[in-house]
Design a protein around this ligand. Structure first.
Ligand code: FES
Ligand code: FES
Length: 131
């Protein structure tokens, strides 16, 4: 099976690989695994508290080329978005952008789930506790 040019590009030149300090209160961390293959993706967002927008994102993915490309792509897509906007990113858009074949759709689902997990983590950190 051949990978699309965009998958190869993101695989060869992944954007935003790395990590933020999870102790930073502006950071949300999402870690998800794919039951289908055992691959793991960690996605982190850094939110600007003044604007409420995601100003930076980083990822580390242990997985196939499609999973790496999907996570690289979404770190680019979430930048500049609000949390609600980031949650509208669908795996179908990722799969379409990267021209993923059906057998690799779960890799894009991993990326969508990682965004949700990162947003959830950020929101949990900032949930106001009512006395
Ligand atoms: Fe695990 Fe994709 S099947 S690397
Ligand atoms: Fe399992 Fe891509 S994440 S094959």
């Amino acid at each position: 099976m051949a990978y699309s040019d965009k998958v190869v590009d993101h695989y060869e030149n992944p954007r935003n690989v790395g990590k933020f300090d999870n102790g930073d209160e502006d950071v949300g961390t999402g870690m998800v695994g794919a039951p289908a293959c055992g691959d793991v993706m960690k996605l982190q967002i850094k939110v600007n508290p003044a604007t409420g927008k995601i100003e930076d994102a980083k990822f580390k993915t242990y997985g196939c080329g499609s999973a790496i490309a999907s996570s690289s792509l979404v770190t680019e897509w979430v930048k500049g978005k609000t949390l609600d906007e980031a949650l509208t990113i669908k795996n179908t858009q990722i799969a379409e952008e990267l021209a993923l074949p059906p057998v690799k759709i779960h890799c894009s689902i991993l990326a969508e789930d990682a965004i949700k997990a990162a947003v959830d983590d950020y929101r949990a950190k900032h949930a106001t506790t009512t006395a």
